[in-house]
Design a binder for this molecule. Structure first.
Ligand SMILES: [Zn+2]
Length: 271
């Protein structure tokens, strides 16, 4: 990032800049495009908007915009939930939109100091806000979660959540608690959600999950002992599935859960 501020005034925008525009926590999309050129942006959309630099290249920055003007119709665009972009073929495009959403949401919810209650100001060069009264600095935060595929031979433990009506069977997941290592979270979450003990926990890969601001750390763990006993407030049902008879699972192109399942199936079938 150059010396340019992260937080901009309209006068600092350049004709070469590109924009990702949010309105009331939804992304504005036109003809399947969510990156807007400067020439496509009605200037009224930028009045009183939050403007945050996402990426700053020599000739062209990407700017996240939180507009307060209800001009979606004038712009000939639809506002859509961020999740609707998950199926984009281009994952890097979704990453840009996800980062924009998280940063706008974070700035918007840190307008006041949590210690003394005074308004915060934007740090001149860091991605941060500062309270000038008590000098407290606030940096953007993400919330780490583990997601774990529990394996027993050729079988996978897959569960259907009681909170989301997606109909998918997926891996178990949960937020890390303060003071835990991710491996400890894996052991605790699997025990809490299905009353199973696991061992041989290995990290596979991660994914930024901007709903609203999680970092998903993906693991595979081996079954150690116990019988599946789902915690009803979290898990509607959970079963062992042979890799040849999997239920409806998330796509590997969308979520790390799908990738963990695909990774394991590929590994076992190549043995
Ligand atoms: Zn303060």
């Amino acid at each position: 990032m150059s010396q340019r501020n992260h937080f901009l005034a309209i006068g600092q925008l350049r004709n070469s800049d590109r924009f990702v525009v949010f309105h009331e926590a939804q992304i504005l999309v036109r003809a399947d495009e969510f990156i807007w050129r400067r020439s496509q942006i009605d200037s009224r959309l930028l009045e009183d908007a939050d403007l945050i630099v996402l990426e700053d290249e020599a000739g062209s920055s990407i700017i996240a915009v939180n507009t307060r003007q209800d001009l979606a119709e004038i712009q000939n665009a639809q506002s859509q939930p961020l999740r609707s972009l998950l199926s984009l073929d281009d994952n890097s495009g979704f990453a840009v939109a996800g980062r924009a959403s998280q940063l706008l949401d974070w700035y918007n919810s840190h307008r006041y100091c949590g210690v003394c209650g005074e308004p915060t100001v934007h740090h001149p060069s860091e991605r941060a806000v500062v309270c000038e009264t008590c000098q407290k600095h606030y940096f953007p935060r993400i919330n780490p979660c583990v997601i774990v595929l529990v394996a027993r031979g050729r079988q996978l433990l897959l569960a259907r959540s009681s909170r989301f009506k997606s109909g998918f069977f997926s891996c178990l997941a949960g937020f890390m608690e303060i003071g835990e290592t991710p491996e400890e979270t894996v052991i605790r979450e699997v025990k809490e959600e299905v009353d199973i003990d696991v061992e041989n926990i290995r990290y596979i890969k991660s994914q930024s999950w901007p709903f609203p601001s999680q970092l998903m750390l993906g693991f595979i763990a081996d079954y150690k002992q116990g019988e599946i006993d789902p915690a009803p407030e979290e898990i509607a049902e959970a079963h062992w599935y042979d890799i040849d008879k999997l239920p409806n699972v998330p796509s590997a192109s969308i979520s790390v859960a799908g990738e963990l399942i695909e990774y394991f199936v590929n590994k076992v079938t190549k043995l």
